[in-house]
Design a protein around this ligand. Structure first.
Ligand code: GFB
Length: 311
């Protein structure tokens, strides 16, 4: 169990995953949550991070702060993705060890695995082949974070565990048409097409890549589940174990949104990895499973989109 008297720091608490972790910790009765906005603490500033952790001395850290984005953002802002993510990880993990923080849950990503590895992807496939080019800088930064956790555990006896989420979506997602992930982008495109009375929605790429989608509250639940177990080391895939093509996803989104037109494919845009379905046996063996169906998740995400648009 997480000690209720000890501070729990949620790095990135305003992001989609961090805010879901905060919501669930609060509803599980944890009141000792420690958070800082970006304006209050720049996680790429080493001395500020050192000072913060030395003063606050949390017992647990959910490391969900990261620079994230969809295929276009990853491919375009390559320097920002590798620099910011490496800095956040180096600063936080090292300062946490110095401040005596025993437990960290570090959030990686399914894109750390080789582009063409066998499916579904097992945790042990890490570093067995070349990465997908569109997000290689981000993946390298996340692999470094995993290896930091592993190295500090081996040398210093810490309990820094890493989780690899599949593609996430849900409340507080980024709906920017250029820089977001596919699911929020499609929600917005379908909604705007419906309002304008367009004939079609344009989907990037061929529509053939396959992706697995996990509702963010299920991800937060998995993170807290692991933190509450007394696990010392290792990496854990978090997903649903099921995937669909981008074309099928587009159809589901337009059904939920209620857009009556067609789907068109812009094949000048990249497809990225052909498939990245996670093997989630390790989490299942511990007794965890996802709760939200893709259809319900899309409906809840669309409701969240509408509430923000109107508000
Ligand atoms: O979600 P997404 O941007 O990222 O794209 P990745 C998934 C697939 O959806 C790609 C297609 O084949 C896209 O071409 N797609 C279709 C679209 N329409 C759209 C659209 O309007 N917007 C977007 N964004 N995609 C990311 C990585 O890869 O996954 C990150 O770049 C991270 O590093 C994240 O790991 C989970 O699944 O390709």
């Amino acid at each position: 169990m997480i000690d209720k008297k000890t501070k729990i720091y949620i790095a990135g608490h305003r992001g989609m995953v961090g805010s879901a972790i905060c919501r669930q910790l609060s509803s599980a009765g944890y009141s000792n949550l420690l958070t800082r906005t970006h304006a209050e603490l720049d996680l790429t500033d080493q001395s500020a991070v050192n000072e913060f952790l030395k003063t606050e001395k949390p017992g647990y850290i959910f490391l969900s702060a990261a620079k994230v984005g969809g295929i276009h953002a990853n491919n375009t802002y390559r320097a920002e993705f590798i620099y910011q993510n490496l800095m956040i990880e180096l600063n936080l993990i090292h300062a946490a060890w110095q401040a005596g923080v025993k437990r960290i849950l570090f959030l990686g990503s399914s894109c750390i695995y080789p582009r063409d590895c066998p499916q579904p992807i097992k945790e042990e496939y890490l570093l067995t082949g070349p990465l997908e080019q569109t997000n290689e800088p981000y993946a390298i930064a996340k692999i470094a974070g995993i290896k930091m956790c592993e190295s500090y555990n081996r040398q210093y006896g810490t309990q820094y565990v890493s989780v690899m989420p599949t593609n996430l979506f849900g409340p507080d997602d980024n709906y920017d048409l250029e820089n977001s992930h596919v699911l929020p982008a499609l929600i917005r495109k379908a909604h705007e097409a419906k309002i304008r009375g367009d004939k079609e929605v344009v989907v990037w790429g061929s529509g053939k890549p396959m992706r697995e989608f996990l509702y963010v509250d299920d991800m937060a639940n998995a993170c807290i589940f692991l933190m509450e177990l007394d696990i010392s080391d290792g990496i854990y895939n978090i997903g649903t174990g099921e995937d669909i093509t981008i074309g099928e996803l587009a159809q589901s989104v337009i059904d939920v949104v209620g857009f009556n037109g067609d789907v068109a494919f812009d094949t000048d845009k990249p497809d990225g990895t052909p498939r990245k379905l996670l093997n989630i046996d390790r989490m299942r063996a511990l007794g965890w499973k996802p709760q939200t169906s893709l259809r319900n998740g899309i409906a809840m995400a669309y409701a969240d989109f509408l509430s923000k648009e109107v508000g």
